[in-house]
Design a protein around this ligand. Structure first.
Ligand code: KIV
Length: 265
């Protein structure tokens, strides 16, 4: 998939599948799957590093994970599209610094960057796109705004707030975004925005009316063993499955059953 396929899929009415991916061995699996594209999200601050928000992600962290994913795809000769998240504050320190930050992600192997919100970002999006950096927008529940939103809460629940999110989407499209993540909004709003925009929307907790969906790796594999947001579907239960395997490993070692002769030199 390349950047033009996003527009093509919207025209065809073909849904876009996206998952977050953060490391080499996961990328090897994605490369052999039918998934269209991956997001190396700043959610890795939470899912991989255990922080309670995405704010601690920085450019060295994002670059290292993007590069690992890109190496995984290269090893499988995969052309899958990689979107890298711009970490918190890195695009709000003037255009030159923002270009340096985005450039680092593209040099690491991303094909596009994603940034959150519209206010104050339109000039940045235009500047990036004119400079050859494709941009995906992100509206609705924007996790980098956790402190201004007062938590990770569904957005756009009243008419005024829904209208603001729709206007933000239109402004980001006009600024040059090739696609837009819509996160944590009522399904009716996700559908309305998707119908009004020419660029494809990728939903997460934004209902089935979006042009595609993105799921977080740990969520859809069932790797979390705790609170599950309403929009999350666990397509597997790898927390329990992996725990069972760990216990088998422990038992085999304990009983001196592993390694056997065939596994020894
Ligand atoms: O960082 C991330 O994984 C994201 C998705 C939740 C869209 O931004």
């Amino acid at each position: 998939m390349n950047i033009h396929d996003f527009a093509k899929k919207k025209l065809d009415g073909t849904k876009i599948s996206c998952v977050t991916c953060y490391d080499y061995s996961s990328a090897l699996i994605v490369a052999e799957s039918d998934i269209d594209c991956v997001l190396v999200g700043d959610s890795l601050a939470m899912t991989i590093y255990g922080y309670d928000s995405t704010l601690p992600a920085d450019i060295p962290m994002m670059s290292a994970h993007i590069a690992a994913v890109a190496r995984g795809f290269k090893a499988k000769s995969s052309q899958k599209f990689i979107i890298g998240d711009m970490p918190f504050t890195t695009y709000r320190r003037g255009l030159d610094n923002a270009v340096d930050a985005a450039g680092a992600l593209l040099k690491a192997g991303a094909h596009a960057v994603k940034l959150e919100g519209a206010d104050g970002n339109l000039e940045i999006v235009k500047h990036f796109v004119e400079g050859g950096i494709p941009v995906m927008g992100h509206i609705g529940l924007t996790p980098q705004f956790v402190n201004t939103m007062g938590g990770f809460k569904v957005q756009g629940r009243n008419d005024e707030k829904a209208q603001k999110i729709l206007e933000d989407a239109l402004r980001l499209e006009a600024a040059g975004c090739f696609s837009l993540v819509i996160e944590g909004v009522p399904a009716a709003l996700g559908e309305k925005i998707s119908k009004e925009l020419k660029i494809p929307t990728i939903g997460i907790g934004a209902g089935k009316g979006c042009d595609g969906q993105v799921l977080v790796w740990q969520d859809f594999l069932g790797l979390n063993n705790g609170h599950k947001a309403r929009f999350v579907r666990e397509f597997a239960h790898q927390f329990d499955e992996t725990k069972t395997v760990l216990n088998r490993v422990h038992e085999a070692i304990l009983n001196a059953e592993y390694p056997n002769n065939a596994e020894s030199y």
